[in-house]
Design a protein around this ligand. Structure first.
Ligand SMILES: [Zn+2]
Length: 298
């Protein structure tokens, strides 16, 4: 089940697999993309911990990880009534694939961009990159530069780097939350009172936990523990990677813990063969966040 590339078709198969096993799992379509693909949130209870992945097309291995993690959590719930009650009381939401249009372009090629194919092609020609490197959504906006955290500074750094138009990667859009995917994730947070969030990206085996003055002190403790469990390194983003991201926005808005976890090591897109060895490390970190949320945030 958990092998091969995680494109939209695979995500739908994984969803079917989960619904065939667990009757208590709920699904919400939080938005449809520019190309009419669903962005789905799977929920157990309400609020609590939010996990999201595949913000970037070439990082779809993170979606597979989140489906598998959800499967593991549900299985534990099935086998342990106390754990079931704890999760439902605390809340867990998982959005495995924030950017399905970008995933399709990077995984299956330019034609999957439909009405935007010509535009996507032009962006690729301008950048001299293969479709496999596509990170943005189908409109050429990098969703993880489109959140409202230090946004004007993000735009200034983009211009410095000569990124002034929609592109394969790193163009933050015309204004914060201009993209449906960004807005949907923010609305989800506004509606659900999440206590902790984590965004999965690839690659680097790194954990980012801070942004500005609103970072709670427990964030460093949690990041250190996750590093200890996984062998990953606790790091600080630099340059154009500072600001505009989901974790940045969550910390700035709610003053609660938020993390970016860069899974795996190598060149994006990571080979699906990396999944088997990397997933257990990621699972340990996510279970730690879930247990922390259960124990501290009801
Ligand atoms: Zn990323």
């Amino acid at each position: 089940m958990y092998s091969g590339e995680c494109d939209v078709k695979k995500a739908e198969e994984l969803e079917k697999h989960l619904f065939s096993k667990y009757r208590f799992l709920r699904r919400f379509v939080i938005t449809k993309t520019h190309l009419n693909r669903r962005v789905v949130s799977y929920t157990l209870g309400r609020g609590g911990l939010l996990l999201a992945g595949a913000f970037h097309g070439a990082e779809r291995i993170t979606a597979m990880m989140l489906y598998k993690f959800l499967d593991e959590v549900c299985e534990c719930m099935d086998n342990d009534a106390d754990f079931y009650n704890a999760v439902v009381k605390t809340g867990l939401s998982v959005v495995p694939m924030v950017n399905p249009d970008g995933v399709e372009i990077s995984c299956n090629g330019v034609h999957t961009a439909g009405k935007n194919s010509e535009f996507v092609s032009e962006c690729l020609v301008k950048s001299g990159l293969s479709y496999k490197k596509w990170q943005a959504n189908a409109k050429g906006v990098d969703i993880n530069h489109n959140f409202n955290a230090g946004y004007s500074e993000v735009k200034r750094k983009e211009r410095e780097l000569g990124i002034i138009a929609p592109s394969v990667t790193r163009f933050g859009g015309e204004y914060a939350e201009s993209e449906r995917e960004t807005k949907a994730l923010c609305e989800l947070c506004r509606d659900n009172n999440y206590k902790v969030v984590a965004a999965l990206h690839s690659q680097g085996r790194e954990i980012y936990y801070d942004y500005g003055n609103n970072t709670p002190s427990v964030s460093r403790t949690l990041a250190d523990k996750m590093a200890e469990l996984s062998g990953y390194t606790v790091s600080h983003p630099e340059g154009v990677a500072v600001g505009g991201g989901f974790k940045d926005w969550f910390i700035e808005t709610y003053s609660r813990p938020a993390f970016t976890i860069e899974v795996g090591k190598g060149e994006n897109p990571l080979s699906p063969d990396e999944f088997g060895s990397e997933y257990p490390l990621v699972s340990k970190m996510l279970f730690h966040l879930l247990k922390y949320t259960i124990n501290n945030c009801i």
